[in-house]
Design a binder for this molecule. Structure first.
Ligand code: HEM
Length: 458
């Protein structure tokens, strides 16, 4: 087949890897560049190596072929490895412990397990609405409170640990350490290794934060073991007891610690971003907000407490979440590499070359979506689901390295949104204008809302 040369971005102030673009929000820069390159692919030359950015759905479809491409643990993931180690998210495909942990943990993330976690999810969502009831005259920092919700939820459901984030203004020391370490990881992902090596004081603080996180997790594990039995029905209990169906081996202790840290990291920022963007979209689209209110009034009348079954019957709220994940995907991209030299479309790519699938541009690509910039939850009606390109929607990643926590996140987010709308009339008196903040994930920065308890039939 004829090959074409891949368009190059020129004059880009790059320092050393795919995310090392200048500016606080590299994703915005990359998306603007994508708008100027209708080919759906461009390359950036970095110190003699090339990174490719891909967002044409046909090209993405090829890159998602797992027989030819594999997940690459590149910055920032390779730096998050400093504390998440060989946990699922940051494990390399050729590490046998990935497959072992994947097989052991898959059932614990299936839809059926969500029923078992539901009481704890409910407990934390109630802590949120109780806290908001007491703060009806305040501006509520949406992303902060959504982070409290998602962190407390994964810690309680996964490991039986209570951060109780809604009962104190200060962050729990563990959460402080995790926030610092993640921030430092992002700084490191965007600076040359030489600079990282020169900053001894930061190195010391970074290592201290990592130790603090590990100590708390080791403590939780020790306490559980101390109770005379390893088990329990949560994720930790499962990891302590289960053996790999294929090899018969249990997970090594150090890997269990890495998985706990992984779930705390992977399990909170993304879901928090999803919920924050969802509230933003509801406020921007009053007709959808009205539909969502109608739905909660139908399924959760007169202050009734949600059950797992009612949460699963919701229809408008899940479509709000799906459309939010399309138009404001909390994860900016996934990174893959070809096993061997190959072509995608008419473009030649070399073994080991880094390919970044740029999700915001894919999710709004005209080839994949009708009226791509419109927030339209009806695209997710059963009869319309088949309309979009099959590779046009990858908010949870791809293939066997796709998100294991998908059902968990969606169940938790459905419940939280339903309870917020059941209890409160939400408003946005400061007419927020979207400003994205980029850490490991994307979130709306400085977004505040006000809430007021709803009156009957409002
Ligand atoms: C992987 C997105 C929630 C745990 C991923 C990946 C994406 C993603 C895109 C693939 C990353 C890559 O290819 O490098 C999301 C989004 C979420 C969410 C958008 C919420 C809306 C969660 C939750 C958990 C979780 C709640 C845990 C409780 C993981 C893990 C992996 C992963 C462990 C690595 C899977 C593997 O490679 O085996 N997620 N995630 N995620 N996610 Fe999520």
């Amino acid at each position: 087949t004829a090959t074409r040369s891949i368009p190059a971005l020129r004059g880009v102030p790059f320092l050393g890897n795919a995310l090392q673009l200048s500016g606080d929000v590299p994703t915005e820069f990359l998306v603007e560049a994508a708008d100027k390159h209708p080919e759906g692919i461009y390359r950036v030359d970095i110190l003699g190596r090339q990174a490719l950015f891909v967002y044409d759905p046909d090209l993405v479809d090829e890159v998602c072929d797992e027989t030819r491409f594999y997940k690459s643990v590149a910055p920032p993931l390779s730096i998050v490895r400093d504390f998440a180690g060989d946990g699922l998210f940051t494990a390399r495909g050729n590490e046998p412990v990935w497959g072992q942990a994947h097989r052991i943990l898959m059932p614990a993330f299936g839809q059926r397990s969500m029923k078992a976690y539901f009481p704890q999810m409910l407990e934390v969502a109630e802590a949120l609405t109780t806290s908001w009831t007491a703060r009806q005259s305040e501006d509520l920092a949406v992303a902060d409170d959504m982070t409290r919700l998602t962190l407390d939820t994964i810690a309680l459901t996964g490991f039986g640990y209570r951060f109780d984030s809604f009962s104190s203004l200060q962050l729990h020391p563990f959460l402080q350490a995790m926030g610092n370490a993640l921030t430092e990881a992002m700084v490191r992902a965007r600076q040359p290794l030489m600079v990282t090596r020169m900053r001894a004081r930061r190195e010391e603080a970074y290592r201290a934060d990592i130790r603090a996180m590990q100590e708390l997790v080791d403590d939780v594990i020790r306490q559980r073991r101390g109770h005379g039995h390893d088990g329990g029905t949560d994720l930790l209990g499962l990891m302590l007891e289960a053996t790999d169906p294929r090899t018969g081996d249990p997970l090594p202790d150090e890997n269990i610690r890495n998985q706990v840290l992984t779930f705390l990291i992977a399990g909170h920022e993304t879901t928090s971003g999803l919920l924050s963007f969802a509230l933003y979209n509801l406020l921007r689209n009053p007709h959808v907000l009205a539909q969502a209110y109608q739905e909660v009034d139908r399924f959760l009348p007169d202050g009734s407490v949600p059950t797992y079954e009612t949460t699963m019957k919701l229809d408008v709220i899940p479509r709000v979440l799906e459309e939010t994940l399309r138009i404001w995907s909390p994860i900016p991209g996934i990174i893959l590499k070809p096993f061997a030299d190959t072509t995608i479309g008419q473009y030649r790519v070399l073994a080991g070359q880094q390919i970044f699938v740029l999700l915001p541009s894919l999710h709004r690509h005209a080839k994949a979506w009708d009226r791509p910039d419109e927030f339209d939850i009806d695209r997710w009606l059963p009869e319309r689901r088949g309309e979009h390109h099959r590779a046009g929607y990858k908010p949870f990643g791809n293939g066997e390295r796709a998100c294991i926590g998908r059902q968990f996140a969606l169940t938790e987010a459905r419940l939280a949104l339903a309870m917020i709308l059941q209890k409160f009339a939400i408003s946005d008196p400061h007419a927020y204008r979207m400003q994205v903040k980029q850490t490991l994930t994307l979130k709306p920065e400085g977004f505040t809302i006000r809430v007021r308890e709803r009156r009957p039939h409002e």
